[in-house]
Design a protein around this ligand. Sequence first.
Ligand code: 13P
Length: 251
Amino acid sequence: MRPKLIVGNWKMNGTLKETRKLLFQLSVEWTPKCHDIEVAVCPPFTMLLIAKHALDETSIKLGAQNCYCEEKGAFTGEIAPAMLAELGCTYVILGHSERRTIFGETDNLVSKKLRSALDAKLTPIICIGESESERTGNETEAVLLRQISESLATINANDAAKVVIAYEPIWAIGTGKTATPDEAQSAHAFIRADLQKKYGSIASDIRILYGGSVKPDNARALLAEPDIDGGLIGGASLDASAFIAIVEAAT
Ligand code: 13P
């Protein structure tokens, strides 16, 4: 049994005023129905503390969008996993395609961050997914296999059970193009089959989220697929009503 998980990735958005408004709306629109689903939001680092206080009355958990792989020291500009845990974060997104393509993060670095996040008792959400040209060149499966094997290289089956995977086809991120429920389901089933080969029966407990232009009008069909265990939501998570509608679609 895999409880559904909906995560809002706010990316680099929101002034203090806008963030306070969004947090207020989320807490006001939060309905008892939403309690059946695990929900988290991942604001920018600078907003984590106010988010923690604002969401106290809801069951919305907190996550960060990234962290570094070292515990402390001379790493200017970086944030350690333990710092996030201390702020009340439950989740941390790692290896998002924007980090991989814009900031040059490799599978190897993602695997080190994963190890450190687990050591700090955070639940890592590891993002994988192919680009448009990889998909049209029939390389989707090879890309997914490489990303799973290298990004998860530092963990064993015991740890794998604590990890969340997010399948985010790059061509669907922020483009309004969504994978069809069939396309997404087939990628998720492929990912789960590979996890099964690596980690055995634990694979049926690992949650695999879909991300890429999830909106209130397509969420229900995607989330009804057997291997889609939730969503990683970008743009739509910046609108409280849209985000809550997606959470409700998962119930
Ligand atoms: P969009 O929902 O805006 O396509 O973003 C998806 C994403 O990147 C979530 O991490």
